[in-house]
Design a protein around this ligand. Structure first.
Ligand code: ZN
Ligand code: ZN
Length: 384
């Protein structure tokens, strides 16, 4: 059994990635930089660095930054004491370790040069580093590097889809244990069940647990409920939404369970939700605007009388991060492309009473939507 770790903002290295796959991503980024007239990207914390180099910066106070320029080889500026963590990939970048008494801002500024530059910087870079760089490079203009990288990262290559499939399959196995009463609910606190879900994700091969929401009774009406000391009783809806990271890629699944025989009203609510979720998955086809997938789910839920109780978007992209492009939300006219991976997770939340959500990860392919989660979608009714 592996030990359970929960580290917010920590991105384990994507172990499986080949230098050839990374080189293809670097080429695509440089082409997009040329199109948008950006000279240099400065990538620190966040998913862009591991996506391009296979290396994940430690989210600490010492600066790690990839300087990726169109007219020079890429340089990874890294604290000397962390240099040994970096798998060298000389085809992609040179390493520039900085010693404990050096100023890493000077090192980055020296690599970038002081001429007028159009720079893209990752949005997760600590503000203190951005402010220091802006002071040192006053003639440069700045933009969010995600304008270049996010649309590219959203389209998963075959190795990434394979990794997402494996993570989803592992989450499915935990979901199946939940739906078949192998994880008891009644008489336990939400926090206790949450811990078990996390441990089982790790037992099934996850490296980290990113969240394990257990929302019971009236708490099920809160989509991002923090599992606490409430004891789960009989005759309640329990929404369980959990996911983690496995070989660098994320899982995310939600199933709703009822403890005991559900009332007719809840069965009607659940039937409307399940129909909407399945229809939205089916609508997630290449070329369909993201907001249209949201509309499919929302219209069906609205027709069933629960439109005001569906209080969030239908889905989010997923990959190295739990939430990334593309977002299935009204206003996003971008069409789905082959290789887009995203959640489809409508929910209905009735304040003070109960709630339900069903979530699968789906990949858009030229042959149609491929749901990565296969755990049973029927309302699970458990007796203990
Ligand atoms: Zn989720
Ligand atoms: Zn989700």
């Amino acid at each position: 059994m592996r030990s359970l770790s929960q580290r917010a903002g920590d991105y384990p290295d994507p172990q499986m990635v080949t230098t050839a796959a990374l080189a293809a991503r670097n080429d695509a980024v440089r082409a997009q930089m040329r199109r948008l007239g950006v000279d240099t990207l400065l990538l620190s914390l966040g998913a862009e660095l591991p996506w391009l180099t296979g290396y994940t910066a430690m989210p600490l106070e010492r600066l790690t930054m990839l300087v990726l320029s169109l007219d020079a080889e890429a340089i990874l500026v890294v604290p000397a004491l962390e240099a040994a963590r970096v798998e060298p990939r000389p085809e992609l970048f040179a390493l520039r370790p900085w010693a404990e008494t050096e100023n890493p801002i000077d090192v980055v500024t020296g690599v970038v040069g002081r001429s007028r530059r159009r720079l893209g910087i990752s949005e997760r870079t600590w503000a203190r580093f951005l402010l220091a760089l802006q002071t040192e490079l006053p003639r440069s203009t700045w933009m969010n590097s995600s304008r270049i990288t996010s649309p590219l990262r959203a389209v998963k290559d075959p190795d990434e889809v394979t990794a997402l499939r494996r993570a989803s399959a592992a989450a499915d196995r935990v979901a199946a244990e939940l739906l078949t009463s192998q994880i008891p609910l009644i008489g336990r606190t939400e926090a206790d069940v949450s811990r078990e879900l996390g441990q089982r994700l790790v037992d099934e091969g996850h490296d980290t647990v990113n969240f394990a929401i257990v929302a019971s009774g009236p708490n099920a009406a809160s989509p991002h409920h923090h599992p606490g000391g409430r004891t789960i009783g009989a005759g309640e809806a329990v929404v369980c939404d959990f996911g983690g990271t496995m070989d660098g890629y994320c899982s995310d699944i939600t199933r709703t369970i009822f403890t005991g025989e559900p009332p007719e009203e809840f069965l009607d609510l659940y039937a409307a939700l399940a129909g909407a979720q399945a229809a939205a998955v089916d609508a997630a086809r290449v070329g369909t605007p993201c907001e249209d997938v949201d509309a499919v789910a929302r219209d069906l839920i609205t027709d069933a009388g629960y439109g005001d109780q569906f209080i969030h978007r239908t889905g989010h992209g997923i990959g190295l991060e739990e939430h990334e492009d593309p977002y299935l939300v009204r206003g996003n006219r971008d069409p789905l492309a082959a290789g887009h991976a995203f959640s489809v997770e409508p929910g209905i939340y009735v304040d003070g009473r109960w709630g339900a959500r069903i979530e699968d990860i789906v990949v858009a392919t030229d042959a149609g939507p491929e749901p990565l989660n296969r755990a049973d979608h029927a309302l699970a009714i458990v007796e203990h």
